[in-house]
Design a protein around this ligand. Structure first.
Ligand code: PLP
Length: 374
């Protein structure tokens, strides 16, 4: 059996090696390393895939979140509602910009923002909501848009883990990240659409917002050496764009492979007491950035050790919620203030998930999990 990894990037590369190597060599000889034709072509192709008017590539997913907040013109003191059960990037950029993160709890089944709690957290200072589409399926965007309309809020979707997922709500089927005012994603290597370094992008259907996003990414400038607003330097390089153009053509097949692995896990774990498989949301397809189980009765860490003893890596996403991180603790969100989040961090465990898991590996993983519970 091939050794099991959380993500098998080499196995995936081997299958597209000749295409990727040729494309990278071509960039080398073109020397158009920044803002070259590869980046423009990738932006166009990703926009067509997502069915969105504008894609603006940038340096990474965290930058994309920061640029989104800047392009929306949010001001210090403005409150932004988001999840605490997530990667820290959102909260970090809010803090850097002097914006105030306001945490809402998540739903225990899908791990995504609970619309009822988001509505409860709205105050007169609230300016935006950032739903994080965690682990590969969309949060309830119809509910988020309804809250946003009622209180005149902007919506920035964090689609770093959900690229390619379909959200099918009252507004018809749309790709995750293209429903709010701005969507952002990350091309970090282990993401569903990963490059071979850092990368990110923003999506929007709004021409004016697209213009402001491009300007912020480019030092606040429309015309070289003339600066209209405070900006940043955040761009995707041509090498990464060349890789992403190739991988984008495989993205639907990659999602299929992930779903095949998830289905094998689901089937094997049916009816095990004290183990819950990830719930499928009724309004989103799942692209399984992670396959995340919940383990009851305080046995999560013991399961992790049991897996490790059988050479199966497993990860806890996330062990500490943002509101309890030393950097972001506040009196407004003390321990106990987000009960679902604070329960989940002790229960969740993510199994190996990639496009390259084979039958033998899946059988070894499922048998090992089952032996723990028998
Ligand atoms: C990966 C990720 C980010 C940050 O992306 P980087 O490209 O690593 O900066 C932000 N939010 C979520 C939910 C992520 O998974």
């Amino acid at each position: 059996m091939k050794p099991i990894q959380m993500v098998d990037l080499f196995g995936q590369y081997e299958k597209i090696k000749s295409e990727v190597d040729a494309a990278l060599l071509e960039v080398l000889t073109s020397t158009a390393f920044i803002n070259g034709p590869e980046v423009k072509a990738f932006e166009k192709e990703l926009a067509a895939y997502l069915g969105v008017k504008h894609v603006i590539a940038c340096g990474n997913g965290t930058d994309a979140l920061q640029v989104a907040m800047m392009a929306l013109g949010l001001k210090p003191g403005d409150e932004v509602i988001t999840a605490s059960f997530t990667f820290v990037a959102t909260v970090e950029v809010l803090a850097l910009l002097g914006l105030v993160p306001v945490f809402a709890d998540v739903l225990p089944g899908t791990f995504n923002l609970d619309p009822a709690d988001v509505a409860r957290k709205v105050t007169p200072r609230t300016k935006a909501i950032v739903p994080v589409h965690l682990f590969g399926q969309s949060a309830d965007m119809d509910a988020m848009l309804a809250i946003a309309r009622e209180y005149d809020l902007r919506v920035v979707e964090d689609a770093c883990q959900s690229i390619g997922a379909d959200h099918g709500g009252a507004n018809g089927k749309r790709k995750s990240g293209t429903i709010g005012d701005i969507g952002v994603t990350s091309f970090f290597p282990s993401k569903n659409l990963g490059c071979y370094g850092d990368g990110g992008a923003l999506f929007t259907n709004d021409d004016e917002l697209a213009h402001r996003v491009r300007r912020v990414c480019n030092h606040g400038s429309d015309q070289r050496y003339y600066h209209e607003v405070v900006g940043v330097n955040s761009r995707l390089d041509s090498m990464q764009a060349a890789v992403l153009r190739i991988k984008l053509r495989h993205l639907n097949d990659y999602a299929k492979a992930r779903n095949t692995a998830a289905a094998a896990y689901d089937t094997a774990f049916q009816g095990i007491d004290g183990l819950s498989v990830p719930e499928r949301s009724p309004f989103s397809s799942h692209v399984f950035h992670q396959y995340t189980l919940r383990v009851a009765n305080g046995r999560r860490d013991a399961l992790r050790k049991h897996l490790e003893a059988a050479d199966i890596p497993a990860m806890v996403y996330y062990p500490v919620p943002c509101h309890l991180q030393n950097a972001y603790k506040s009196d407004r969100f003390p321990e106990g203030s987000l009960p679902v989040t604070e329960t989940l961090i002790h229960e969740v465990i993510s199994l190996p998930m990639s496009t390259e898991l084979d039958q033998q590996q899946l059988t070894h993983i499922t048998a090992t999990v089952k032996s723990f519970f028998s």
